[in-house]
Ligand binder design. Structure first.
Ligand code: NDP
Ligand code: 2IT
Length: 448
């Protein structure tokens, strides 16, 4: 609960000015709640209006994206780019193409990105963008025309030292390729303006794997330091079957754990023998088909059409890797009743506030998104470094840097939780550790 008068006042004001943006308000509340002990000790934050400035994006553009489908019909979607905060580096954050995208969703993602990017220790500001375009069932030609139309407007606002978008839900290598091509065409400029690019045109090795691998490096360090245990023999439940989920499953398996579930927006599969990733990748990455296909192809697998039932499968570790608010209090209760030891967020804000409270109150290790899934954007930062140097590092070099970054994020968050008198509460730790660098930069740079 917010008891600090300054934070309470700014939160109420934010509520009044953004009444419709419920996901954004959820993200702001969590950060404010965590920052109370720090804000109490730092009166200069109120004097300089840091919190008021932090919750108001530098700018947010919204634009029409008109494109022509395969039948020759004109379609119109809405595009967004939220440039939230550039105090520690150029705006950086993904683009999401999904029918549920709204201004509120883009703002919550942009706000979270500020602190996540700060935690990576790289010079990256916070931003996010996307569209309510639904890539499902579209041909490659339709995807290309949509991406071209989207970039025809977006190119005015971005640049390698200004704002560097990347992927998120519905935006992977194919979309980044089309977006990059259109930017280059419009600007006649070959530059590292997007990350997650193909390896032939400036992409980084290990960026595809980075969010999922980084999540597991974080979880591995969390178990090593807080439980003196490895991941060997642990049973893992994963939601989602996209980029983050697939590479989380791959690294978990490499570290000796067994992944028994994955899901998509239609349902989930339970494979007691451990998910066969070759089959899953063929279905999800190559065929772009439904996860129910997996149950048809692999013997002994159960398919369920209620995707939140994944949280009812007994496990040691749960990794929500699909979307926001997918793990609620009821799911948290089911996980605890089945003896879960850790939950770490691959997706952004996948656990509801009630779920987080319940898990923490029951002694479950909890790795919050802005710390646990920062490996993707960190490796995007490494892609930017390679682009600036006109050079590429090997897979092993990038992977080693990623692992170091994730281990440091864990320790910085853990140490910050201790400094706040809440040792082991990584929600508080990650929010405080991410905030300090940003607020110090804002204080140093003057009032804007
Ligand atoms: P993908 O598009 O590759 O995969 C998304 C997965 O989540 C799919 O299985 C999809 O199912 C499922 N999903 C999406 N929306 C919903 C929904 N509303 N309800 C239920 N299931 C849904 O995206 P990513 O793997 O890249 O992203 C997953 C999460 O990870 C997101 O929260 C994203 O913000 C976060 N993230 C991504 C990073 C990255 O580098 N890509 C970095 C850090 C965080 P279906 O196919 O049926 O739609
Ligand atoms: O949420 C995220 O951190 C991402 N979607 C990755 C952003 C990036 O710029 O790589």
């Amino acid at each position: 609960m917010l008891t600090n008068e300054y934070l309470k006042r700014v939160y109420e004001d934010t509520q009044n000015r953004n009444a419709a943006d419920k996901e954004f308000l959820q993200a702001v509340y969590e950060v404010f709640d965590s920052l109370q002990p720090y804000v109490e000790k730092h009166p200069e934050l109120e004097k300089n209006g840091i919190m008021e400035r932090l919750v108001e994006p530098d700018r947010m553009v919204s634009f029409r994206v008109a494109w022509v489908d395969d039948a020759g019909k004109v379609r119109v979607n809405r595009g967004y780019r939220c440039q939230f905060n550039s105090s520690i580096g150029p705006y950086k954050g993904g683009l999401r193409f999904h029918p549920t995208v709204t201004r509120s969703v883009i703002k919550f993602l942009g706000f979270e990105q500020i602190f996540k990017n700060s935690l990576t220790s790289l010079p990256l500001g916070g931003g996010k963008g996307g569209s309510d375009f639904d890539p499902k069932g579209k041909s490659d030609g339709e995807i290309m025309r949509f991406c071209q139309a989207f970039m025809t407007e977006l190119h005015r606002y971005i640049g390698a030292d200004v704002d560097v978008p990347a992927g998120d839900i519905g935006v992977g290598g194919r979309e980044i390729g089309y977006l990059f091509g259109q930017y280059k065409f419009l600007k006649n400029n070959f530059t590292g303006v997007l990350t997650g690019k193909g390896l032939e045109f400036g992409g980084s090795l290990a960026r595809t794997e980075a969010t999922g691998y980084g999540l597991l490096y974080f979880v591995e360090e969390m178990f090593r330091c807080m439980r003196c245990e490895s991941l060997e023999g642990k049973t893992v439940v994963i939601s989602g079957a996209g980029n983050v989920a697939i590479y989380a499953a791959q690294k978990a398996t490499q570290l000796g754990a067994k992944v028994v579930t994955m899901s998509d927006s239609k349902g989930y599969v339970y494979d007691p023998n451990g998910i066969n990733l070759d089959v899953m990748k063929q279905i999800k990455e190559v065929e772009r088909a439904r996860i129910s296909e997996y149950a048809k192809r692999v013997p002994g697998v159960t398919y369920g059409d209620n995707r939140s039932d994944v949280w009812k499968i007994p496990c040691d570790i749960a990794l929500p890797c699909a979307t926001q608010n997918e793990l609620d209090e009821e799911s948290a209760k089911a996980l605890v009743a089945n003896g879960v030891q850790a939950v770490a967020e691959g997706a952004n804000m996948p656990s509801t506030p009630e779920a987080i409270e319940y898990l923490l109150a029951h002694g479950v290790l909890f790795g919050p998104a802005k710390a646990a899934n920062a490996g993707g954007v960190a490796t995007s930062g490494l892609e930017m470094s390679q682009n600036s140097q006109r050079y590429s590092w090997s897979f092993e070099e990038v992977d080693k840097k990623l692992k170091n970054i994730m281990v440091n994020i864990f320790h910085n968050s853990y140490n910050a939780s201790k400094d706040c008198g809440m040792e082991g509460n990584l929600v508080v730790g990650a929010n405080v550790a991410g905030f300090i660098k940003v607020s110090n930069a804002m204080l140093a740079e003057g009032v804007f």
